[in-house]
Design a protein around this ligand. Structure first.
Ligand code: 5GP
Ligand code: ZN
Length: 137
């Protein structure tokens, strides 16, 4: 993808602070980190979303996510992590090349993911679960 920033990072056209790479994946520091150590893990082969990746690509990607979490734990010892994938513009996806954010978390770091949910009835839960299940194989 000629106009994809993350493809350019894969190809070396845009520099990045790489923390890990293998044949299929690349992990590098986010240029505008939410917290210290905020890292992005991407497939080297362009895919806009998880629905464009095959099982092997996804397995490779999340193997690298695990390596990065372990590396960050050893290097800077955060109390926890958020592993975040924004899928689609409405969900906050700005770069349309799949990436998993690995965001180290510590008490008092100021990041809030609080929002009010809603409470479906048991019947609504059951109907929805059935409807979704019909479409998953
Ligand atoms: P999204 O909102 O698409 O899930 O996240 C895109 C992320 O990519 C943002 O956190 C942003 O800071 C990061 N980003 C955008 N451009 C660059 C870049 O050129 N280099 C690096 N390292 N990160 C980038
Ligand atoms: Zn790309």
């Amino acid at each position: 993808m000629d106009d994809c920033i993350f493809c350019k990072i894969v190809n070396g056209g845009i520099p990045s602070y790489t923390v890990y790479q293998d044949d299929d994946t690349l992990a590098f520091l986010d240029i505008n980190p939410n917290t210290q150590g905020h890292t992005l893990v991407i497939p080297k082969k362009h895919a806009a979303n998880i629905t464009d990746m095959d099982d092997k690509d996804i397995a490779s990607l999340f193997r690298t996510v695990r390596k990065v979490v372990s590396g960050l734990q050893a290097a800077i010892n955060p109390e926890g992590f958020n592993l975040v994938v924004n899928h689609g513009e409405v969900a906050g996806q700005v770069i349309h090349h799949f990436h998993c954010h690995v965001i180290p978390r510590n008490t008092g770091d100021g990041i809030e993911y609080n929002f009010e949910g809603f409470t479906p009835s048991p019947e609504e839960f059951q109907e929805l679960a059935g409807k979704v299940a019909e479409h998953i194989n």
